[in-house]
Design a protein around this ligand. Structure first.
Ligand code: G3P
Length: 227
């Protein structure tokens, strides 16, 4: 299971990379705009932080296939790293995915809301498909079921395309796409904060320290005085 961060905040990525074995970064135009700087500069900075091996997913803005292809080629040539070009699965997107796959450019089919969009993107040669879990839940759909259906179809037909579940608003959604067999999940800053937190963990540690200090006094660790 690959875990990516859905963000374009360079300082946050730096901090997270120190603490967690993340597999890469996903961005989109909305996230890049939040940086209030040239998008390409931000992407280059992210690459400098994550290095050449971790994935960076970058979305095109064009909506016509030939322009999407041109934009994708530009991004792939300009950004030196393990770059995946995010192509939305609008009608023109499928032609772009087919062509980019033939040109050897790695593609993530994005803004996926149905299993049939995912299947056709996989057949067109997408490396990843990104179903939007919470955006579907928000309109009374079932985002986790969508992910489970796509995983089932890809497994049944032995398609190499991986499922990169996206758009989460809570840890429960992440947990359930893990159980559904998603190959990867990309997680926002807000959701990641809750991902590894449990109040009983903190409470347990406080208890251990309190018990220890009753005997040894404050500030004494296994190696003697610690502060
Ligand atoms: O990676 C796709 C994602 O950015 C969409 O997420 O949270 O805006 O629905 P969200």
């Amino acid at each position: 299971m690959k875990i990516l961060l859905d963000t374009a905040e360079v300082d946050y990525i730096k901090r997270m990379q120190r603490a967690y074995p993340i597999d890469g970064i996903t961005t989109n135009p909305t996230l890049l705009v939040k940086a209030q700087r040239q998008g390409l500069d931000v992407l280059k900075e992210i690459l400098a932080v994550i290095g050449p091996e971790k994935m960076l997913h970058v979305q095109v803005l064009s909506t016509h296939a030939h322009e999407m292809i041109g934009e994708a080629e530009y991004l792939a040539n300009t950004l030196a790293g393990n770059v995946y070009i995010k192509i939305p699965v609008i009608a023109e997107g499928f032609a772009a995915i087919t062509s980019l796959h033939e040109r050897g450019i790695k593609v993530t089919a994005t803004a996926v809301f149905t299993a049939q969009q995912a299947l056709m993107a996989a057949k067109a040669g997408a490396d990843f498909v990104a179903p939007y879990v919470n955006r579907l839940d928000a309109i009374a759909g079932d985002g986790v079921k969508l992910v489970a259906d796509i995983v089932h179809i890809f497994t049944t037909y032995r398609l190499k395309t991986e499922v990169l579940a996206a758009s989460f608003k809570n840890v429960g959604q992440v947990h359930h796409v893990c159980l559904a067999g998603a190959h990867a999940a990309t997680i926002s800053k807000e959701v990641f904060q809750s991902l590894t937190y449990h109040p009983l963990t903190d409470w347990s540690v406080e208890q251990f320290i309190a018990d220890w200090e009753k005997f040894y006094g404050k500030g004494v660790g296994m190696r003697g005085i610690i502060h």
